[in-house]
Ligand binder design. Sequence first.
Ligand SMILES: [Ca+2]
Ligand SMILES: [Ca+2]
Length: 209
Amino acid sequence: MVSINLLILLCGLLCISCNADSNSLCKSNRPELDLQSVIDSLIQQQRKLCTYQCLTNEEKNSVKALKNQVENVTNLLFHPPLIYNNKKYVISKFPYQSSDEAMTYCTAFGGYLAEVNDNKEYTALQNFVLNTPAVDIVLIAGSDAIAEGTWRFQRTGGPVPILDWIPGQPDNLGEEDCLNLWKNYGGKMNDLPCGFRSSEDRFMCELPK
Ligand SMILES: [Ca+2]
Ligand SMILES: [Ca+2]
């Protein structure tokens, strides 16, 4: 921060000397520096640094308290998390009324319904479901509501790259357009209704670590 201040001061002095003598080296053939914008950008950077470094102890304690509160609420609503690949995955301790409602919960915690992007992540999430007690069916991201049989992530619209169905699934029984991992079947995939199905069903969020 001290060095930024020094640089700002030097820039300021250079500006003054340029204005005082128009024939000085400032008016040479060298391309002109837009000193004002350099200064503006330095001041802006200094402000950014300040948003963290210039907090008072009282403010830092408020931030800490708020983080603790979020953690306490998270622990109330979700089973202990899985940390994988710089992400945090959590399974709800309560059912969902719809996949939209589940997504709203995930969004409220800064994330989204867990999206399986590759085989390693799939294996990690399967094991997470298998190792989490009192959980059987767990909703994750993926829907074929728009075109039956074409599975896409609700958030991005991108295709679900890994589809590893339980034998006999997807059966679209009644109308099943949402994706879940089923512990009873090794944590493999099944289609199930996007609305409320059972008070035993849970959902999984993918959150920033
Ligand atoms: Ca379907
Ligand atoms: Ca099914």
